[in-house]
Design a protein around this ligand. Structure first.
Ligand code: HEM
Length: 278
């Protein structure tokens, strides 16, 4: 499961930035297909009794399934948008080759690939994590999801660190000249907050698992617990990993998407969005 998701993230990152319009559209269609599989897993779980296990707290019985269903609705809108975008991509030829390094006006190939790999993996990890918390504690499904979740979470942490190091090697493109003063400040603050969240997610997950005293295996590496497990510390990290960080993440993603949509469709600066996406 882990290798499949890592390959999917790499495939989307490369195809969504390809010069050839057919390759780009195929990437977008595969993204739509992946979202369809996520939405259908949630809808299936609504009907096959996955959410209705006896003895569960109301939070696990109602609140988490409701949040998953909201994600299914947003995902369904995303599928329609991606189908429309694939059609548009087929009409639009792109001749320029993207450089490897960032330039003053656009992001280079490595930055784009890292951005889309991290974005894809996080969008997979969030519903996967919620499924983890609602599945029966000792079910084989949960064990498989847990292995994949831990490994992909560790992969995100590594990719974010690589991305930060890469920004030292090649500074990011300058903010678009079309942005006003307050928009530049808000964009910078939102980007910094996104980096903090992208690191806080895996770090809190690792500390939560280690403090529970369960062995942690990710990407084939067994991490030994360097300290005594503590139930109080585990609850603290769980509160961050399961509630606070997802909440901040949802707010930031909404802001990020709203900014991209406003810039592209309302302010009519599609070229600015293409600094990160073909
Ligand atoms: C970018 C990386 C990560 C993201 C975006 C992420 C996201 C999430 C989310 C949204 C949940 C659902 C919380 C809930 O509703 O209960 C979750 C659950 C979980 N995550 Fe992560 N996670 C990441 C990395 C990790 C890592 C690295 C580990 C451990 C090594 C981990 C371990 C867990 C566990 C065990 C759960 C199940 C909930 C629980 O037992 O309390 N996560 N994750």
């Amino acid at each position: 499961m882990t290798t499949g998701y890592l390959l999917l993230a790499l495939f989307l990152a490369v195809t969504l930035n390809a010069t050839n319009r057919i390759v780009r559209a195929i990437g977008t269609l595969v993204a739509a297909l992946s979202l369809t599989s996520m939405v259908s897993s949630i809808v299936l779980a609504d009907f096959d009794g996955t959410f209705a296990l006896p003895g569960k707290t109301p939070v696990l019985l109602w609140v988490k399934p409701a949040i998953l269903n909201v994600q299914a609705v947003v995902g369904s809108v995303g599928i329609l948008f991606l189908l429309w975008a694939a059609r548009q991509q087929l009409k639009r030829a792109v001749a320029t080759r993207i450089p490897v390094l960032n330039t003053a006006s656009l992001f280079g190939r490595v930055s784009r690939y890292l951005h889309w790999m991290i974005a894809t993996l996080i969008l997979i990890l969030v519903p996967m994590g919620m499924f983890l918390s609602v599945l029966a504690p000792h079910s084989p499904d949960r064990a498989a999801f847990l292995m994949a979740h831990q490994a992909l979470g560790a992969a995100v942490m590594i990719l974010v660190i690589v991305r930060l190091l890469w920004l030292i090697r090649t500074p990011p493109a300058k903010p678009s000249a079309h942005l006003g003063g307050w928009e530049k400040h808000t964009a910078r603050a939102a980007h910094t907050a996104l980096y903090i969240v992208m690191l806080a997610f895996p770090v809190s997950g690792i500390l939560m698992v280690l403090n529970r005293g369960v062995p942690l295996v990710a990407l084939g590496v067994a991490i030994r617990n360097p300290f005594e497990p503590s139930a109080a510390a585990a609850s603290f990290w769980a509160a961050l990993h399961d509630w606070l960080i997802p909440l901040v993440f949802f707010l930031l993603i909404l802001t990020h998407l709203a900014a991209v949509i406003k810039h592209h469709f309302i302010d009519h600066h599609p070229a600015d969005v293409r600094r990160m996406l073909r």
